[in-house]
Design a binder for this molecule. Sequence first.
Ligand code: FES
Ligand code: MG
Length: 571
Amino acid sequence: MTTKRRSAAWYGKLDRDGFIHRSWMKNQGFPDHAFDGRPIIGICNTWSELTPCNSGLRDLAEGVKRGVWEAGGFPVEFPVMSLGETQMKPTAMLFRNLLAMDVEESIRAYGIDGVVLLGGCDKTTPGQLMGAASVDLPSIVVSSGPMLNGKWQGKDIGSGTDVWKFSEAVRAGEMTLQDFMAAESGMSRSKGVCMTMGTASTMASLVEAMGMSLPTNAALPAVDARRMALAHLTGKRIVEMVDEDIKPSDVLTKAAFINAIRANAAVGGSTNAVMHLLALAGRVGVELTLDDFEQGSDVPLLVNCMPSGDYLMEDFCYAGGMPVVLQELAGQGLLSASKTVLGGDIAAYAEGAECFNADVIRSFDNPVKPAAGLRVLRGNLAPLGAIVKPSAATDALLEHEGEAFVFENIEDMKANIDRDDLPVTPDTILVLKGCGPKGYPGMPEVGNMPIPKKLVQQGVRDMIRISDARMSGTAYGTVILHVAPEAQAGGNLALVKTGDRIRVSASAGQLELLVDAAELEARRAAWQPDAPHYTRGYAKLYIDHVLQADRGADLDFLVGKDTRPVTRESH
Ligand code: FES
Ligand code: MG
């Protein structure tokens, strides 16, 4: 038996402790040679029937195991908390850091040498990466893969994106409730994650751009047999990675994050990527700030997928997927050298990719939109920053000054947004408070609040909305998000009153509340935070320790990593 492996400190010992570690594992029928010093590979699974997007991961785990055995490793699957974006209240984001803790502590406590992270749904990918990065054992991602394209009445419909469209159409009286209900079944017709470029596919695409999965992982449909083959190949690769000692800290360099930021622009990725990349960077100790996201702002939109374009993930896959995008970026000098899980550079990783549909994956000469990156806005309304996604916004509204109409919290918004006498016009700026990390808590995807019904009925489909919330990666509109500090933390957002004027300039990166300092001072003196909704358990821990959006809303005590060996035994 070798003693150099981490797992040898569990299974390589010839004493009472080794007996205990091996003997109980043998109750599953593993033979002696499983403990002969071969790499032990953890398969960290977020499979759950309450996370429908991850329901294919049980099958994929079997594929990974085949590959691990084939390469001479010993695969052991373990469950971690699963976060079902569409099922959890108040928001899955509240629990991303809890999943990260679960992943981190599971990896650290068990006798494994490397990890395959099986995730998919929005928060599962970042939660797993954050946890794995804080232990820093060799790690690689296999994603659920997208659902097949939604189909309804002979047309393609996209996860999320068409939900927002249909629900506005019902409110405008343009769609019957029967049709609305019927579209449900056609939208989600196979296993997998949202098949728009929502947060799940965005994060899978960025995982590929950072080189943390095998190439083509992001776009292969969940039910495509080639995904099972990819899982098998990933199982083989992680065994080699253990021998080559390729750790997250080797792959997740500053250059990898900048590549991800540029790739996020090129794919028209979710605003949520900002939160997750900032939090992940904090784990690996890479200095990444909101300003770094400006490095993506001139990158054109190449991937023509909803919500910023017309197609869906199946089309993206058949057009060639992420390797084509990475090659396009490389061709423009926008892909910085960075090591991948394959051991070589990211450029080699994407080499040989071919585009099979030039309308789905555009070239730099013929982009869907010329500059697609996120814009960071600052000003007295967001001293620590806010963001807007121009590719999903209305150009005319990106430079705008108007009067605020304020909702103090989500209940206020829901109770009043459809009032016939709501004093708003298309020029009004809707402001929503109390939806930040501490306030809601968990920073939910409510920033794309509905257009007031009276305006929807007049045909208005977009107006400026400002909040401390996030929005779904499948959503669109001129929505200013992640205002920091949030209202509940005493940011100036808390002080905005209906009738105040606000100036937005995406080109100048400005978000100004046009109220003088003395008046703001007076309002601040009279302001008090709301009593928290949660006073015990994890949610209390979260409220007490969550960082603001500019730090990715990680918990303050989770930033960084601890790679020390665990020396003490349980008996
Ligand atoms: Fe799970 Fe969209 S809700 S991926
Ligand atoms: Mg989401």
